[in-house]
Write a new protein. Structure first.
Lengths: 413, 156
């Protein structure tokens, strides 16, 4: 039952944590880019799992083991639907998006990349989509190249054809965790395919906020994580094209991921089991299914529209109230950005800003956001970042603005 | 509840506004160490010139928040003219003050020693409130840990 608009009052009431106070103020949570809060529906699903069907999966011929197994596979199917995958087997459960990217780097990368092969990244990437490639570069001489940014914080794709020379993989974020930039994934994937390269998308900041369809993007791998989309921590996902996953060796070895083990060796299981060694985070997988159900009931188009409206309100409010005292990094046109606002306010250090905001109950992130190369390009060590989600409303933006004004007074030298 | 005034004492804001011993020294003869706060990206450089067994000059470079900058500024003023041993003594006292494990959130009195010139922390006492904001302890100790590194380089 998808609705066109989202009722923030109802949505907010679904999230128990959002009714608490911090430092004597009602909490204003503006750090969903780091992790989202969890609705009651997800918390209930976690409890129900443990209270009613907790058992290890894919083993044990008894009722609750079968129920637990079914719950995990139902979740896989729901996630496949949610991101437009053609089959549930294309969804691999991991610990987080970082592990998903490491899986591709170690498994696909080690079997396909050799000295001199190029991996093309962008200046926007989170360390999760940088360090695994640095590791491959150090291990086997893979070359890393970078797509630069233009002055507005968008990818500068003018030299893309040249940059793609010798490239085997393009690994790009669908939404920047610092600037909110939304790179044109389909265009990049098409360009990659034109030179025989694959395209991996880090969709950690995308999937929670927009309708997702891997077929529309025509990408080859997509990494994302559960805890930013109303789900529990400890559960991440990798989507990959079936034929690619089929050809990839296991990443972690151990229980569950085998067909047979002998004194001499082992035969790996089929995908996706091949990549799911050891006991999985079963409760978290079940909880993430509840998160997907929750988001689908609201409708991802409605989530997207709500965030678009709220981002417009935030940009307008902050500009009006602070003018040139406040600089928002990244694109200012709404078509090219999501609800992540990194900013500098006067010359107050982001750490000090977030400290004052915390005293007003406002939670924002201060730091390099695990994107130090991007910080270098921006010419800063750190930014303050407010990130919006479906449960935020205009009163949250107003509280941020009030907190900033207070910080301005406190640090007025 | 710990309030902002517990953290941002006037003397801290003064050192933040007007940092002491800011800048660089030529290396060599000076030594330099660089410290990073991986949490927030702050970075600091501590330049040290030893002459006749004492810290003759010290300079602080880099960028950081009010707590890391003021702590480094106060540190630079406090260790100037001290021997490396005397500076380490102060470093120990300071880190003891920052240790929430040993002193709890109320911050008990720290032990001072009897060595000449190392009798107390002076202005640095203003940073005691930082222990009520555990995330900021790394900010306050950044300059000190970097001083520790540069003293190691000096082989002292």
């Amino acid at each position: 039952m998808s609705t066109a608009t989202l009722d923030t009052t109802t949505v907010k009431a679904d999230f128990p944590l959002l009714s608490r106070e911090v430092n004597g103020h009602p909490i204003v949570y503006l750090d969903s880019g780091a992790t989202s809060q969890k609705p009651r529906q997800v918390l209930d699903a976690l409890n129900r799992y443990y209270e009613e069907i907790n058992a290890n999966i894919h083993r044990g011929a008894y009722l609750i083991a079968e129920q637990a197994t079914t719950a995990v596979e139902d979740s896989r199917a729901a996630l496949a639907r949610f991101v437009g995958a053609s089959a549930a087997e294309e969804i691999v459960f991991t610990k987080n998006a970082t592990e998903s990217i490491n899986l591709v780097a170690h498994s696909w990368g080690r079997s396909n990349l050799s000295e001199g092969d190029v991996v093309l990244l962008t200046t926007l990437e989170h360390h999760a989509n940088i360090v695994p490639w640095h590791q491959l570069a150090a291990e086997r001489g893979v070359v890393i190249r970078w797509i630069p940014l233009d002055d507005d914080g968008r990818l500068d794709l003018t030299d893309l054809d040249h940059l793609l020379d010798g490239v085997r993989l393009v690994a790009v974020s669908a939404a920047s965790n610092v600037l909110g930039t939304l790179p044109p994934i389909r265009r990049i994937a098409d360009a990659a395919h034109a030179v025989g390269a694959l395209c991996l998308v880090d969709a950690s900041q995308w999937v929670p906020h927009y309708p997702t369809n891997v077929a529309d993007w025509d990408c080859d791998f997509m990494a994302f994580t559960g805890h930013k989309m109303c789900g529990p921590t400890g559960i991440g996902l990798l989507w990959g094209r079936r034929e690619l996953l089929d050809a990839m060796p296991p990443f972690l070895g151990g229980g569950s991921m085998i067909q047979n083990v002998t004194f001499e060796g082992f035969t790996p299981a089929d995908v996706p089991t091949r990549f799911e060694a050891g006991t999985q985070p079963i409760a978290e997988i079940v909880g993430l299914h509840a998160a997907v159900d929750y988001l689908e009931a609201i409708g991802m188009e409605a989530v997207r529209q709500h965030e678009l409206d709220l981002t417009a309100y935030a940009l307008r409010t902050l500009m009006e109230r602070f003018g040139d005292d406040l600089a928002i990094h990244g694109p200012h046109d709404l078509e090219n950005r999501g609800g992540i606002l990194s900013f500098a306010y006067r010359d107050i250090h982001p750490h000090d800003l977030s400290q004052v905001l915390d005293q007003h109950g406002v939670c924002v992130r201060a730091g390099h956001h695990c994107a130090k190369p991007l910080m270098k390009v921006l010419g800063v060590n750190a930014t303050a970042r407010a990130s919006l989600y479906l449960y935020n409303d205009e009163s949250d933006v107003d509280a941020l603005a009030d907190g900033l004004a207070a910080a301005g007074d406190f640090f007025a030298f | 509840m710990a309030g902002l005034e517990d953290l941002y004492r006037e003397v801290i804001l003064d050192h933040y506004r007007s940092p002491r011993n800011r800048g660089e020294l030529e290396t060599p003869p000076a030594l330099m160490a660089e410290g990073f706060n991986p949490l927030c990206g702050d970075e600091i450089q501590v330049y040290l010139l030893l002459e006749d067994g004492v810290i003759a000059e010290i300079r602080i470079g880099g960028q950081g928040c009010s707590i890391s900058q003021s702590s480094a500024s106060m540190m630079s003023a406090a260790v100037l003219g001290r021997t490396p041993d005397g500076a380490r003594e102060l470093l120990r006292s300071f880190k003891e003050m920052m240790s929430i494990h040993e002193h709890g959130l109320d911050g008990e009195a720290i032990s001072t020693d009897d060595q000449p010139g190392a009798s107390g922390l002076g202005d640095l006492e203003a940073l005691r409130g930082v222990v009520k904001f555990p995330v900021r302890i790394k900010c306050a100790t950044l300059g000190w840990n970097t001083l520790d590194q540069v003293l190691d380089q000096a082989g002292t």
